[in-house]
Design a protein around this ligand. Structure first.
Ligand code: GLN
Length: 247
């Protein structure tokens, strides 16, 4: 490698607060899949009250419970909204999972009725109907881009997409955004929001590579992502399908 080789700059938002169901595995997966191709990465892990100074190619945020989301919402709105929105406008990529996904839309109304503002990356809002209403819990399989993605969900909030939001995927098994309309997650430009934990990327290598590819597009459009031996990853994918009752 030389100094002129591209470096993918990843920001991992609030790992201490937003890391349900091993969501940090998404960052490890992205780092490893880049390293295996000789692509360098730097990962900046941010505390909720830290300001991100440097431009970033790929944002990652995981899930968190309502209480953790309060601080995360504050951090996003007061310290990092401008940076994140301007990078995304410039073509940066994002993976936001569950509680993080909720905070990247317009609003999350928590179980106690309090309203947490989000960044509005996705035209969507999320309403938690209250702690006496069953949560959306279980294994998920979705149709995605001529293939399937798998994961695990556990959320009280129901996310409703607005007219400017595109669903990420269509639910085959599980609840997805709201257990009503069959949609799962959202896409806006190069940003992806999803309810899938797991962590989701290690068992969905095609999704992981799509995220890396879109993040790379503006800094190194000619960098070829060499194929990897994903036998273990696809075995995990098939195991998740079976856990959801599919073959
Ligand atoms: N607190 C949110 C909800 O229950 C998000 C939970 C999560 O990230 N798993 O809807």
């Amino acid at each position: 490698m030389t100094d002129s080789d591209p470096v993918l700059r990843i920001a991992y938002l609030y790992p201490d607060l937003m890391n349900l169901y091993a969501d940090r595995g998404n960052v490890t997966c992205l780092e490893r899949r880049c390293a295996w191709r000789g692509l360098r990465t730097v990962v900046k892990r941010l505390e909720w009250n830290e300001r991100l100074a440097d431009p970033t190619d790929l944002y990652v945020i995981g899930g968190g419970q309502d209480r953790q989301q309060q601080l995360a919402s504050k951090g996003l709105i007061s310290h990092n909204a401008d940076r994140i929105l301007s990078d995304l406008g410039d073509g940066a990529a994002m993976l936001a999972v569950c509680g993080g996904y909720q905070l990247m839309a317009h609003l999350y109304r928590a179980a106690d009725g309090s309203e947490l503002p989000g960044l509005g990356v996705f035209d969507a809002e999320t309403i938690h109907p209250g702690s006496d209403v069953p949560r959306c819990i279980g294994n998920v399989v979705c149709d995605w881009n001529e293939s399937r993605i798998v994961g695990f969900e556990n959320h009280g909030g129901r996310t409703y997409l607005g007219p400017d939001a595109t669903p990420l995927a269509q639910v085959v098994r599980g609840h997805g955004n709201n257990a009503e309309d069959g949609t799962e997650g959202a896409v806006a430009g190069n940003a992806i929001g999803t309810y899938l934990h797991g962590s989701v990327l290690p068992k969905n290598p095609h999704l992981a590579d799509q995220i890396i590819r879109t993040a790379l597009a503006r800094i190194a459009p000619d960098f070829e992502l060499a194929p990897l031996d994903d036998a273990a990853e696809w075995a995990a994918h098939r195991a998740a399908m079976r856990a959801a009752g599919l073959r």
